[in-house]
Write a protein that binds this ligand. Sequence first.
Ligand code: PLP
Length: 453
Amino acid sequence: MSSVAVRIDDCLSIREGHLWVEECDTVELARRFGTPLYVVSEDQLRRNARRIGAAFAAGWPDGPVALLPSLKANLSLALRAVLNSEGLGADTFGPGELHAVLTAGTTPELISVNGSVKDAELVRRAVAAGARVTLDSPAELDLVAEAARALGRTAQVRLRLRPDYDGLRQPSQLDPGRSVRDAAQRYKPGIALEDAAAVGRDALAADGVELVGVMAHLGRHSTDPAVWAGMGASFAAAIGDLCRALGGWRPEQIDVGGGYPAPRDPTGHGAAPPIETIAEALTGALRAGLGEAGIDTSGVRLEAEPGRALYADTGIHLTTVRNTKRQTRPLEWAWVETDTTEMFMADLLIEHARFGVMAASRADAEAEVEADVVGMSCGFDVIAPEARLPAVSPGDVLAFLDTGAYQDACASNFNGLPRPATALVHGADAEIVKRAETVAEVFARDSIPARLR
Ligand SMILES: Cc1ncc(COP(=O)(O)O)c(C=O)c1O
């Protein structure tokens, strides 16, 4: 084991001029597995899961706390297996994600099948597996009741609510130009406030259906703890109205969704408050609001669905410098050309994310040049604009930080580029947990009709 020279965070460090993940030299990983490459730290994932769980537990002395990490943030089955071993559940959307968590062995009772367009087959699979269905519309209740009848099982459902978020006039970071409240109200999922009581009543009356909880997801509109306190207060108000309308029914589970920032928050463009601060703000306001509404929270299970906060800083993306290029006129500019693409860090496009970049193979060298780090797609493909880097040359390895959430999950094959592999690091060990695609696989779904051949 090499001595630690400079610690970047709990899993990244600089040793002997290279960037390390846990006890693995990233330059070695790049050589061994090739680039581009997603690298994920299992140990960091476990640390994050425990820390986020503890943060919510500290704010919720009333009952147990369960984390349901959002699978969409990282679809890797190996990472899912890590989270299973930590005893965590899963938030899933659609048949693919339900298939993934069942395949990986997630405890069915801790699975939430969410999503705004569920068909009868998805609902049947969820009920058959014993997963909870988080209802998004009145129509879905009929699908659940039908599946429960056909399978001879009791199905557990929760109502996904759309709280008013009336206090949240702050601007949304996700949808600049709108307040958090406005942006949240334009977001499609959940049962309309005016329908919630009726769906709740029908669920309580339906044979084979058990109404066990409520859920709301604000989304990543803000890193401001005051917004999360507002979320908690608005959700509590919506729960209070529902419980009154249902004649004193009380949820066994309250799921506050996700949207909490990652520590270096590449989508919010800067350091975010720690998860402890956000969880404290949210749970404090939620408990206070539920108390005001006269809801006894003792024994109620609090659930949270972190995605980016859990996964983002577990991952880096490694790429090799292929070429450097400079011009002096008409505009003086410089580029570092790499073997990856913005398509493999899709939040550059979707969320205007900025991922920190480091020269992994020259990690302790002084920054000498300013250049756009660009990729190999024909798009503008500026991955790190005007980055300050040591004087890198072809063969050097670069690392983009905080790519553990959504980047692999949203990667595309633009320009016919096969998607990269993922290596999982655990201490000094590293192994491929998702192999790279091949060019043949990129085109495997195509067929040319005989008449065109
Ligand atoms: C229902 C639900 N829960 C949790 C998440 C995770 O969000 P984030 O990655 O911002 O924490 C999402 C993301 O869209 C979601 O839709």
